[in-house]
Design a protein around this ligand. Structure first.
Ligand code: MN
Length: 399
């Protein structure tokens, strides 16, 4: 029980306690924790209780994240006890601000951004669309989590507009490429894992060290221009079709809030090499995709073939180190059913089957003015909410 009353319309309860960066009224960007529809001013609370507020006065979470798992756990315990015990009320209540009065900012200073491809259903759908005569999964897929390096500098916080990219496009029937705004702008429903504690160059980080390095999770929309991607990606992978924008939720949910939502990953298709074969957990989280307020799919993260701990181990197995603020995406989350597909590429089968988006409208890919919202909730007994990531498509600046 808590003395804190959660409003029905609040985005969070008292169990999640996610971290973000807020500013105002009259305050510079700094660290806050969301509870219900309020933001806890951590620097103020720490100052008033005689603790050092320095890491919470920062405009990103990085300084706090670098402090490590024991500090993360202590901070969470302190907030939990202040919320549950009547004596904590005097300590915490003066430092609550209504969320509607503050502005939210990018929560982390993103170090490196990597995106994986960990859903078997997504990878098989993409294989069937682009390589109809070949095996849906490439030979390497069942042996390692495949990924690419994205662009850290264009990761933006929820509510940022996304400007339609332009670039080179060439379809099979065109004799030569043409230049213009993307006509196949897509979303990808994903989760993004946030690294708190870095590692040493040359020292791979094993699967078992996941909880020592990874702080938490955000909802991630990996905006993708399919027509630009299709022409550029052979032989070196995604580049300008992805690097124009990646949106993440404003609140980072700590792993501790997902302790009751862990699941076994699906059965292995083949024996994995030893560094990936160590048991680790997936997370039972559903991500709902809405276009202009109409739900088009619900994507089951619990079916992802590779766990976030395996992705972390693979990312460092060559000796590349982790850094505070590294962000790695899960890859598009799709399930086996059509209504579980996490991209319009799959939902519209590369534009061949328009989908219903409500109010007598259909879509193959995104149009200017479309608003995409991803919302996520864990399926454990506590049903932790991860919040949302929202973005609206704006026309090319030159069109
Ligand atoms: Mn992606």
């Amino acid at each position: 029980m808590s003395w804190f009353q959660v409003a029905d319309s609040a985005p969070f309860g008292t169990g999640e306690l996610p971290y973000g960066i807020y500013s105002g009224p009259g305050r510079p960007p700094q660290v806050g924790v969301a509870v219900g529809d309020q933001v806890i001013d951590l620097a103020g609370m720490w100052r008033d209780s005689g603790r050092d507020p320095a890491v919470f006065e920062s405009p990103s979470l990085n300084a706090f994240l670098a402090q490590g798992a024991s500090v993360w756990a202590q901070t969470r315990r302190l907030l939990q006890s202040a919320l549950s015990e009547p004596s904590g009320r005097a300590l915490l209540q003066p430092h609550l601000l209504p969320m509607r009065q503050v502005q939210l900012h990018l929560p982390i200073e993103v170090a490196d951004y990597v995106d994986f491809y960990a859903s078997a259903d997504h990878a098989a759908n993409v294989g069937r669309i682009f390589r109809p005569d070949g095996d849906p999964l490439t030979p390497n897929w069942s042996h390692m989590p495949i990924g690419y390096h994205g662009r850290a500098g264009t990761v933006v916080v929820s509510d940022s507009d996304v400007i339609r990219p332009q670039g080179q496009v060439k379809t099979a029937g065109d004799p030569s490429p043409s230049f213009g705004p993307s006509r196949k702008l897509d979303l990808e429903a994903e989760l993004g894992w946030v690294v708190g504690v870095g590692s040493t160059p040359g020292h791979p980080v094993p699967v078992e060290a996941f909880n020592d390095h990874v702080f938490g999770v955000v909802i991630l929309n990996d905006w993708s221009a399919r027509d630009i991607q299709a022409w550029e990606y052979v032989p070196l992978g995604p580049f300008l079709g992805k690097s124009f924008a990646t949106s993440i939720s404003a609140w980072v949910l700590p792993l501790e809030a997902l302790a009751d939502a862990t699941v076994e990953p699906p059965p292995r298709l083949t024996d994995l090499l030893p560094y990936l074969a160590i048991p680790s957990s997936g997370y039972d989280i559903d991500i709902a995709v809405e276009i202009n307020g109409h739900r088009v799919s619900t994507c089951p993260y619990g079916r992802m073939y590779y766990t976030p701990a395996q992705m972390m181990a693979h990312l460092t197995v060559n000796g590349a180190q982790l850094r505070t603020g590294d962000l790695y995406g899960s890859g598009t989350i799709s399930g086996p059913a059509p209504e579980q597909r996490g991209s319009l590429l799959e939902l519209s089968w590369n534009g061949s089957q328009p989908i219903d988006v409500g109010s007598d409208n259909t879509r193959t890919f995104l149009e200017d003015g479309d608003e995409v919202v991803l919302r996520a909730v864990s399926r454990g007994p506590a049903g932790a909410r991860l919040g949302e990531v929202r973005g609206t498509i704006r026309p090319c600046l030159t069109s």
